[in-house]
Design a protein around this ligand. Structure first.
Ligand SMILES: [Zn+2]
Length: 363
């Protein structure tokens, strides 16, 4: 952090910022740099752009189909566009918009130079002031509304940048769309501190083709989709069937990897064995699924990208905690859940104080 700041000034003022339970780091706050960032507030990010297409029925229909939204207000003669489509009408497509203002790019460049090279979209707020109807021609302006002071989050230290887009039909303001990103320096993770547990050394032989057996799954409720089992990952699913979570280990360089692959990304080695995961992990990232509904799934449910204590990451449902209490860094523990006679999946149960048994179950 300090190194990155040398490029823009060295008026460091130490501040202790908490990164999470029991961990704190010295973070330098550079007032001169923060002033330069603040100067971008109120500057335009886009000026008097026009939507590529007028509000139109085909795009509304596709959206409603994708979202499973059958509200009659969005079809027929007097249809309006779903309000949540607001941003759709401003999108530039693959070729983008021309004539963009430079302030936004400049600001991001400044943050890059200062070492805040990572970016994550954090949230979006919309306000709807009048309905949009097929035929409406959209114009929009966008302004850099705010640049936060330096903040430290679980992802790392950086600055939130909020842009506000105002959408108009003729002179009328139709809605606003606020979009916030965090430009940050990721927390450097310490390399794996523990040796992986002793390998079990078995390379499973000819596992069952689970995909085939799915044909006899119960029919009364649509069966949960089966994992795609192939030659490369068959050993993983055979392990799951036996209630063991196996991580592939390169026998040339010792690197652990997931998902399973025929060779090692690090050294190119083709030989491998496995180690059994201890079952401890934390939520590295997650989504809560509300829409669209899929057969065999009951939304809302939380899907986590879990970072295992061994260092690899994998995806699975997060259980034992209400969806709105799932958070990055939440400690979780491996369980195997039987969804039907033939399907067992690894899932992750919250281990935090916030976890309330039974308040959230996903079947
Ligand atoms: Zn290797």
């Amino acid at each position: 952090m300090r190194d990155a700041r040398c490029a823009v000034g060295d008026a460091d003022e130490g501040a202790t910022v908490s990164y999470g339970p029991g961990v704190s780091h010295e973070v330098a706050v550079d007032e001169e740099f923060e002033k330069r960032l603040k100067a971008y507030e109120g500057r335009p990010a886009a000026v008097a752009r026009a939507g590529k297409d007028p509000v139109n029925a085909p795009m509304i229909r596709h959206w409603c189909e994708a979202m499973g939204d059958t509200n009659p207000a969005y079809a027929g003669r007097d249809a309006i566009a779903p309000p949540t489509m607001l941003q759709v009408w401003t999108m530039g497509g693959l070729s983008g918009h021309t004539g963009r203002a430079h302030a936004y790019d400049e600001l991001l460049g400044l943050l890059d130079e200062a070492g805040y090279t990572s970016v994550v979209a954090t949230d979006c707020e919309q306000e709807y002031l009048r309905p949009l109807r097929p035929g409406d021609e959209i114009t929009f302006d966008s302004v850099i509304e705010s640049v936060s002071e330096q903040k430290t989050t679980k992802l790392g230290t950086g600055h939130f940048v909020t842009t506000r887009m105002d959408l108009r039909v003729g002179p009328d303001l139709a809605g606003t769309h606020r979009f916030r990103i965090l430009k940050y320096t990721p927390i450097r993770r310490t390399e794996r501190t523990e040796e992986p547990p002793q390998g079990r050394q078995q390379r499973p032989s000819q596992p069952e083709q689970e995909a085939k057996s799915s044909q006899s799954a119960p029919r009364h409720k649509p069966a949960r989709p089966r994992p795609v089992v192939n030659r490369d990952n068959a050993g993983f699913w055979e392990g799951v069937r036996r209630r063991r979570l196996l991580i592939q280990r390169c026998t040339d360089c010792g690197g652990l990897r997931h998902p399973w692959l025929p060779g090692c990304n690090a050294c190119g080695g083709m030989d491998w064995d496995t180690v059994e995961a201890g079952g401890e992990g934390t939520v590295y990232s997650y989504v809560v699924m509300h829409h669209p509904p899929f057969p065999a799934f009951d939304p809302p449910y939380a899907v986590g990208l879990i970072e295992l204590a061994e260092g690899v990451r994998m995806i699975g449902n997060v259980l034992g905690v209400p969806c709105d209490k799932v958070r990055i860094g939440l400690p979780v523990r491996l369980e195997f859940q039987e969804y039907d006679e033939e399907l067992v999946l690894p899932v992750w149960r919250a281990q935090d104080g916030t976890a309330q048994e039974g308040t959230y179950e996903h079947r």
